[in-house]
Design a protein around this ligand. Structure first.
Ligand SMILES: *Cc1c(COP(=O)(O)O)cnc(C)c1O
Length: 390
């Protein structure tokens, strides 16, 4: 069966007759018929079974979402967290400790650097960044490297990496490779299928798809999957049934939403590339994107993101004016919801090794939503025209 079909049929209630969707379970305490039943549940739980025994350990509603995400990610175990950032932290917490070394891709989601400076280094973890290439990764590894952490494509300008090559290097040395898979959100690529040990996502983005829930997920196989779950429970990380319910509802329509986001973003990218002062449109589906061939090999399609790079002589103020003129593109952080968004971004501040950005022009990230693409194009046209006159 194709993934699209699976996402409709996975994690549906089994009892008959049944509602279509798993009901929302809201509870802290779980009550038992007898002490024997309670003790049996605890014993099975300690042997690694996912047992409904206390709200913090999950409920049938969160289990249903975990199962759907496991299917999406081609993995065995999924742990849910209250945000994408919590998912990143869970990976670090579970696989690192004082004295360990971690290698992180330079093109990561910017808040990861905050995690590095805010607690990884103070906690006694040594951190190095690599430029995304297999050669530089090998050069950066040490005997005490315990984790390789990356994100494909990179945040903001979507640098591609050869994921199977990075995974081969990691697996040869027995070092887990963790991948932030938010861009693909499982529907466009599954890191575990390319050899990664851990895949994490900000479910906040495309899985939820409606900008109304914060969610993170971490998926892994075997022992690492168990370890991630135990750490999450130890650290008191859990999510409520209502959020899990909404996220599962989002997953049902992920495939068709993503197709529309992708198609519309390609159309607008094509239009934007021809506009004055635009020197590049960063979008992996564009043939001139430096990682286009790798993206075509490893991904089944695109999403709604693109980043417009203006010429170096474009004043940042001009981009701000353009954003303020847009009426259908709202101004806001995040992406992956049904709505279009625009946000100026500073790439130089988001990269350490890649120093080319200091001398380049301002950038504008767009998330192309599910509005009619002609309306979105008209909105961009009027804003562009207004800026040319101003
Ligand atoms: C948004 C995002 C996150 C963080 O997700 P939150 O739910 O906002 O904490 C992590 N990684 C990537 C690539 C993201 O885009």
């Amino acid at each position: 069966m194709q993934l699209e079909t699976d996402l409709i049929h996975v994690a549906r209630p089994e009892q008959r007759p049944a509602p279509v969707n798993p009901p929302v379970v809201r509870t802290s305490t779980v009550t038992f018929e007898s002490l024997a039943e309670m003790r049996d549940t605890k014993q099975r739980r300690e042997q690694g079974e996912r047992m409904f025994s206390y709200g913090r350990r999950g409920t049938p509603t969160t289990y249903a979402l975990e199962d759907a995400i496991s299917r999406l990610e081609h993995g065995e175990h999924t742990q849910l967290l209250p945000s994408g950032v919590a998912a990143i932290n869970l990976v670090f917490m579970s696989l690192l400790g004082p004295g360990a070394h971690v290698v992180i891709a330079d093109s990561v989601y910017q808040p990861v650097r905050r995690i590095v400076e805010g607690w990884l280094r103070p906690w006694g973890v040594a951190v190095d960044y690599f430029d995304g290439s297999a050669e530089h990764l090998v050069a950066t590894l040490r005997d005490d490297t315990r984790l390789i952490y990356t994100e494909v494509p990179g945040s903001l300008v979507y640098e591609m990496q050869d994921l199977p090559a990075l995974a081969a290097i990691a697996n040869e040395r027995g070092i887990p490779l963790a991948v932030d898979n938010t861009w693909a959100s499982g529907i466009r690529m599954q890191p575990l299928a390319h050899g990664a040990a851990v895949s994490l996502m900000a479910g906040t983005k495309y899985l939820v798809g409606h900008s109304d829930v914060m969610l993170g997920s971490v998926t892994a196989n075997g022992d690492i999957g168990q370890r991630l779950r135990e750490t999450a429970i130890t650290m008191g990380q859990s999510i409520g049934g209502d959020d899990a319910y909404l996220a599962l509802r989002g997953v049902r329509t992920l495939a068709c939403r993503m197709e529309t986001h992708d198609r519309q973003a390609r159309e607008l990218g094509e239009w934007l590339v021809g506009q004055p002062q635009v020197v590049r449109v960063h979008q992996p589906s564009r043939p001139e994107h430096p990682g286009h061939a790798l993206w075509q090999r490893d991904f089944t399609g695109g999403n709604g993101l693109l980043t417009v790079e203006f010429s170096a002589d474009t004043p940042a103020q001009r981009v701000d004016t353009l954003v303020d003129r847009l009426t259908l593109f709202a101004i806001g952080s995040s992406w992956g919801g049904f709505e279009s968004l625009a946000l100026p971004c500073n790439i130089a501040a988001a990269r350490q090794l890649d120093t080319r950005w200091a001398s380049r022009g301002p950038c504008l990230r767009l998330h192309v939503g599910l509005e009619a693409v002609d309306d979105l194009k008209a909105d961009l046209e009027q804003a562009w025209a207004a800026v040319q006159v101003a």
